[in-house]
Design a protein around this ligand. Structure first.
Ligand code: NAP
Length: 261
């Protein structure tokens, strides 16, 4: 998919899904600012990209810190003059029972998963509105609609992300700015690695997914590239679920004894 000279920002780009999105955008011709809090991983990514003649620069920034976000965005606009695409991907999962969740944990998850995306979009959205074009992609999760035990504040943060994306689509659409969400299902990355380290979990999970496979960061990156590109010029306010059919298969797990069928 052609993506010539698009100025892109991808948050949480040092690993997993964000790294793959940054790479896919650059491989398609984009000029990518990879945002994360780990300077070593960002440098590795930029070096690897340079070796492949791709344009990826790293920017160390904690998405929970409004001042760092403002500085990162200001520096980008000063250098590139505009931002065409923002992918709000940085996110964390902190597991635990709701009744044990303290305010600090709640605030941390909301601040990174929801607040970071809002602040980046607010900062860069102003420039997109002035340019009368731009595309924002938020990485939410099927947890936004499929609550499951021990997720803490994660599901709530992702449900709010889906709503925030729709809000941006409505408010900024008249200014030529599109906003869409991607809700991945089971994707193997550092974030989900602890689950797959448990013997048997992979096979059990694969069996639950209609496509009988765990997703890869590349599956999500392909969708992000599509939503950010001009091929999706009339798509805004959408939540694209990428889960191999998993969220439609859960009802099939309910036992139905033959006699009652
Ligand atoms: P990952 O491999 O852990 O990557 C997330 C990246 O975001 C990491 O590099 C992380 O850095 C960074 N990050 C976290 N907090 C940050 C902050 N405050 N400021 C800057 N960077 C920060 O996880 P992933 O699986 O690729 O997840 C990416 C997104 O997909 C997340 O929003 C996640 O909720 C969503 N998602 C993932 C799955 C899945 O199955 N993997 C499913 C649905 C949705 P640190 O390593 O320092 O934390």
């Amino acid at each position: 998919m052609p993506f010539p000279h698009k100025v892109c920002v991808v948050t949480g780009a040092a690993s997993g899904i964000g790294r793959e999105i940054a790479w896919a955008f650059a491989a398609a011709g984009g000029d990518v600012l990879a945002v994360d809090r780990d300077p070593v991983l960002l440098e590795q990514l930029a070096d690897e990209a340079a070796g492949a003649a791709l344009r990826i620069r790293g920017a160390v920034c904690d998405v929970a810190d409004a001042a760092q976000i403002a500085r990162t965005c200001d520096e980008l606009i000063a250098r590139a003059g505009r931002c065409d695409v923002l992918v709000n991907n940085a996110g964390i999962l902190r597991r635990g029972a709701l009744e044990d969740l303290d305010d600090a944990q709640w605030d941390q998850v909301l601040d990174i998963n929801l607040g970071g995306g809002f602040r980046f979009a607010r900062q860069l959205g102003r420039h997109m509105i002035a340019e009368r074009r731009g595309a924002i992609v938020h990485i939410a999760s099927i947890a936004a609609t499929q609550a499951h035990g021990g997720c803490g504040a994660y599901s709530a943060s992702k449900a709010a992300t889906v709503a925030l994306s729709a809000q941006m689509a409505v408010e900024w659409g008249p200014h030529g700015v599109r906003s869409n969400c991607i809700s991945p299902g089971l994707i193997e990355t550092a974030l989900s690695a602890p689950f797959y380290a448990v013997p048997g979990v992979r096979a059990q999970r694969e069996q639950l997914v209609p496509l009988r496979a765990i997703g890869t960061p590349r599956h999500v990156a392909d969708a992000a590239l599509f939503l950010a590109s001009d091929a999706a010029a009339y798509i805004s306010g959408h939540n694209l679920v990428i889960d191999g059919g998993l969220s439609h298969a859960l009802i099939g797990q309910v036992p139905r004894p033959q006699a009652a069928a």
